[in-house]
Structure formats: C-alpha cells, structure tokens
Write a protein that binds this ligand. Structure first.
Ligand code: AMP
Ligand code: GLY
Length: 421
C-alpha cells in the first residue's frame, strides 16, 4: 500500500517508523515531515489543513491510506474531505473532532453519557463566569473552550487569579478559542493518558502512558507540550483501565454514534486517577506527543495493522500483542522553550547513536543544512529507549541523551520519576 502521514513532529516520526516496518507498506510519504523522517520516508511540503492540497497529493501519488497526526487538519475537516472522495483515512470527522476542539462539547457528551468528570459551568460572558467562580471558590480551573495549543488552561489558586484569567480569555488573549469559557472543579489525583482505537463502533485499548508537562525537573515551571513520557503508566492498572473503558470511553463513543458522529481514529483520554477511580480531564482526537513515541516503540509494525483496521471498521476481533517491557522518551528542546527560542543551531553526535527496535531518536523539530542536522522548533528531539524495566529504559535513554552534542538545547533529567519513586 501507498501511505501518506500528515504532520511533521516527533509523533509523526514514530508513526512513520512503525509503518515502515510493516511489509504491507510499499511507499510512505510524510507531509511536511522533518529531517529525521526524511531519512526513512519521502517528505513533501503541502498545506495539510487544506483538503484540496491533501487530495491532490493523494491522487498524484496513488495513495491508498492517509494517517492524520495532529488535531488541526481534523478540526479543519480534512478527514471528511478525504472520506467524501473515497479515500481511506485514519482520523475522526470534523464533527467528532469537536471532542478536542470544544471543551464545552466534551462536557456535554460526558453529561449525556454519564461519564465521571469535573463539575463545570459554560459561559459566554465574564460577569456570569465570575459569579460562578465566587460561588464555587478556589482552587478552580478556567479553560478557553477552543483549541489553544495546550495553553488555554489556567489552574487558579485564588478567586482573584480565576477572575483575572476570565478577563484575559474574554479579552481575547486566546483569540476565538477564548470566546467561550469553561470553568471546572479542580480535580486532585495522579494524571495518566489512556489510548484507544475506535472504528465508529468498537473500541480497542492500545496502551497507557504518562507525560511530563512542566518544563523543569520535579514538575516545576511553565507548562509545555510535554517534556518526556513513558509507557506503561503504573497508575493505570488493569482495573483502573477497565473502569476508564467501561465508565468513560465506551459510553462517550456510544453517545457520539447515537448523535450521528461516530468516532473513528485514536481517542486519547487524559484521566485524573484518585483512589483507583478515573475521571476524565480531557479528550484529544489524536495521539499524544510525546506519548505516541513510547507507544509506537512498544507496538512496532502492528500499529499499522491496528490503524488500518480502525479505518476499515474491522476492530472487532483485533488484539494487541504487547511486549511486556517499558519505553521511555526524553524530549530535548531549544533553550528558551516554551518561551521564545532560536532556530538553526547545529546538533552533533546523532550519527553515532544506535537506531533499532530498542533505541530510537525521533526528530520533532529538525531540518538539514549543509549536511548537518539543525534545530528548527521548540521541541527538537525525542530520545527513546525500551528496557525490561522502566529503570533500564530510563538509563538507556539518558545514555543516548548524554552522547548528543547540542549546547543550545536542554532536557529534563527526571523523566519517569513518578513511576520509579
Ligand atoms: P487540558 O488542556 O484540559 O489537558 O488541561 C491541561 C492540564 O491542566 C491537564 O493536563 C491537567 O494537568 C490540568 N487540568 C485540566 N483540568 C483540570 C481539572 N479540572 N483539575 C485539575 N487539573 C486540571
Ligand atoms: N503531550 C500532551 C499532548 O499531546 O497533548
């Protein structure tokens, strides 16, 4: 089969790496891709949020199957355009992608499905939002309704902080994403990510992971897109995962189908777990980045068969063959991230590193200049390793990190600490 993957981050590098291992893959194009992806697949520069551009690429290259990596093309309706044109695609419709694109929509689905989540109010003006905050008290969570690149959530420790966040959002600091605001009960507990594939009807769990959102060691400093991850997440025991499936994911997927927007693709449930009980923090309609990297490392070539089955509506009867091991990824980011950072610094030492089924450096933001790999983004490399234990995976990943020569980058030293504590 000829396959097209949309996206160009570490997530898409790991998807491409898994797909390339599957003998059913004859040709792989990744758009736009990056310097790491270019070493294993053809990269093409197109506007991946334009259905026309993507269809044009599909037709010119006889593509049989499109895998959508990030949320933006899904929210823009690219999967709908492809399906309308008769192209097989992995990824939800625009209507189903509202599970990530609108927090208020997700809360409404949870209500209808009876799925446990934080109590909330949904507001279109600041005065009513502030009344609600004053009535509830702090801590409380203020969220821009729409897509805000992971930055639209304020955990307010005081009522005054919540009121300032409300003014900020309605004042336009998140653009259209903040035109509506959801205010939520603060949930205490341990966070973990639960990934399932859906084909509209059936749901297949494919793994668990834990991200590290804060920029600094010990979970300090501002939030980022994620500074490292590991899989599996011990807090998501089989019993907790079963509850998450039965109480949250399956009822919500059934509710989506009942509303005429069946969900097809990967559904990533961000969970808060306390005393063995999971509650939903949020849904994402794509793989997590960098959680995908550790999942792909453990799934390998079968990831392609599973995504293909989801797209064709044949998940029933599919099973996942798990390697009983652990994977861990360390994100290397450009100095300054998540604030402003320089592009173009040279990264050395990559050629000497092993690349096999147990050790991989996935590229998140790199390009090639005069035969050298240079940084071209905030999150730049995802140094990933597997081990029989999490401690072994961590040790291997950091051994690779330490062999990379990049003075303009930084990383967290403590990825995995929660599970190893
Ligand atoms: P979200 O974009 O909804 O994932 O929110 C970003 C992060 O904010 C989450 O990963 C949580 O760490 C935190 N968060 C969001 N909602 C809540 C909540 N209701 N209670 C506690 N923490 C939350
Ligand atoms: N790593 C968090 C996310 O992909 O949303």
């Amino acid at each position: 089969m000829n396959i097209l993957i949309l996206g160009g981050g570490g997530r898409e590098h790991s998807l491409a790496w898994a797909v390339m291992q599957n003998p059913k893959c004859d040709k792989l194009i990744v758009a736009p891709g990056n310097a790491g992806i270019a070493a294993i697949a053809e990269c093409a520069s197109i506007d991946i949020e334009s259905g026309e551009d993507v269809i044009d690429m599909v037709e010119r290259n006889s593509i049989d199957f499109v895998i959508v990596g990030p949320e933006a093309p899904l929210a823009a309706g690219v999967a709908d355009r492809l399906r309308d044109a008769g192209v097989l695609v992995f990824g939800p419709s625009r209507a189903a992608a509202a599970l990530e694109a609108s927090k208020a929509f997700t809360k409404e689905i949870c209500d209808a499905a009876g799925a446990p989540t934080a109590a909330y109010g949904h507001f279109t003006d600041a005065a009513a939002a502030k009344d609600y905050v004053r009535a509830q008290g702090a801590p409380i969570v203020v969220k821009a309704d729409g897509l805000a690149a992971g930055k639209g959530v304020i955990i307010a420790e005081t009522v005054a902080e919540a009121e300032a966040a409300i003014d900020d959002m309605f004042g336009g600091s998140f653009g259209d994403a903040g035109a509506e605001v959801v205010i939520e009960e603060f949930m205490d507990g341990e966070e973990a990510s639960f990934f399932v594939l859906c084909d509209g009807t059936d749901v297949l769990p494919i793994g668990t992971a834990q991200d590290h959102k804060r920029v600094g060691d010990g979970d300090t400093g501002p939030n980022t897109g994620g500074m490292g991850a590991y899989s599996p997440a011990p807090v998501l025991t089989d019993a907790v995962a079963q509850r998450a499936l039965d109480e949250i994911v399956k009822p919500c997927v059934a509710e989506m189908a009942r509303r005429g927007s069946p969900y097809q693709g990967v559904l990533y449930a961000g969970l808060m777990i306390k005393d063995g009980a999971p509650r939903l923090v949020e849904y994402n309609v794509r793989f997590g980045d960098p959680e995908c990297q550790v999942l792909m490392m453990r799934l390998g070539a079968q990831a392609f068969d599973l995504m293909h089955a989801a797209a064709e509506g044949r998940l029933s009867g599919m099973t996942v063959n798990w390697a009983e091991d652990h994977a861990l990824t360390v994100v290397m980011a450009a100095n300054g991230y998540p604030g402003s950072y320089e592009k173009g610094s040279v990264i050395g030492g990559l050629d000497a590193l092993p690349e096999d089924s147990r050790n991989m450096v996935f590229h998140a933001g790199t390009s090639q200049r005069d035969g050298k790999t240079v940084a071209s983004g905030g999150r730049v490399l995802n140094v990933t390793a597997r081990g029989d234990t999490l401690a072994e995976a961590q040790q291997r990943a950091y051994a690779m990190v330490d062999a990379i020569d990049w003075p303009d980058g930084f990383f967290r030293r403590d990825i995995g600490w929660r599970a190893l504590d």
